[in-house]
Design a protein around this ligand. Structure first.
Ligand code: CTP
Ligand code: MG
Length: 234
């Protein structure tokens, strides 16, 4: 079932190396309690009634592994395709954008390594696109943030009340995100999230309150936090 008759696709980039996790296997396939991280992430979207399809982006040499050990094993229903990623996250998402259904109107981009996203985060993101065309989920920063130079000297302290940490899903009208990615490609413009590319296209992107539990599993201690979060996140 679509949301207000909009066809909603999710692109899940999961083609990184997970270097900071320092694990022998790609962090997406580490077992968290009962199943691999990536299976937790996919489950959140597979179960959400407003999501029409899921496009997975994984490393080329992991496509078969992912199909067998994640998609088939956990019997996910909405996986439209599994495509090969690229060198950077931006390259991976770009590949995923070409694999969505022609009917796609709203696209959510969600990190494979962010398995604690809730139904509310997903629905808030979709509603955000209907209202604002482009939005991202995030949370106000708790720490004071410092800008430093190369010798670690502090050169600026931005006003904390204006600072948010951005998470995923990052949510857009499909045509806008595709245009943003194509412009970036033409300009060789690189960014660390999807929103930056849409900002670079001249669109206003809305920040929507997410959840402090929607963490990205990045370094080893995140797996410990993750086990605690998993007990509570519905
Ligand atoms: N990602 C991707 N393709 C890449 C790089 C990253 O699809 N070339 C994905 C990751 O798999 C992850 C998400 O983008 O789900 C967020 O990236 P990050 O947490 O940085 O994951 P990695 O790049 O795998 O980790 P690291 O930077 O520590 O190597
Ligand atoms: Mg990375």
């Amino acid at each position: 079932m679509s949301y207000e008759n909009k066809y909603v696709s999710v692109v899940i980039p999961a083609a990184g190396m997970g270097k900071r996790m320092k694990s022998t296997i790609n962090k997406q396939y580490i077992i968290l309690k009962d199943k691999p991280v990536l299976a937790h992430t996919i489950e959140r979207f597979d179960k959400c009634q407003y999501i029409d399809e899921i496009v997975l982006v994984v490393r080329e040499d992991e496509i078969d592994y992912c199909r067998e050990n994640i998609v088939k094993k956990y019997n996910f229903q909405k996986i439209k395709s599994i495509v090969a990623g690229g060198k950077e996250r931006q390259d991976s998402v770009y590949n995923g954008l070409f694999a969505v259904n022609d009917k796609c109107q709203i696209v959510l981009v969600h990190d494979g390594a962010r398995p604690f996203v809730t139904e509310k985060n997903i629905v808030d993101g979709i509603e955000g696109v209907i209202k604002h065309k482009a939005c991202v989920i995030g949370v106000p920063v708790k720490d004071t943030i410092k800008v430093i130079d190369q010798s670690n000297s502090i050169i600026d302290t931005p006003n904390r009340s204006t600072l948010w940490s951005v998470q995923t899903p990052q949510c857009f009208e499909y045509d806008i995100l595709l245009k943003a990615y194509e412009k970036a490609k033409q300009e060789s413009y690189t960014a660390t999230d999807d929103s930056m590319l849409v900002e670079n296209l001249g669109y206003k992107v809305k920040m929507i309150m997410g959840s402090y539990k929607n963490i990205k599993l990045t370094t080893p201690e995140d797996l410990e936090f993750g086990l605690v979060i998993l007990k509570e996140v519905k």
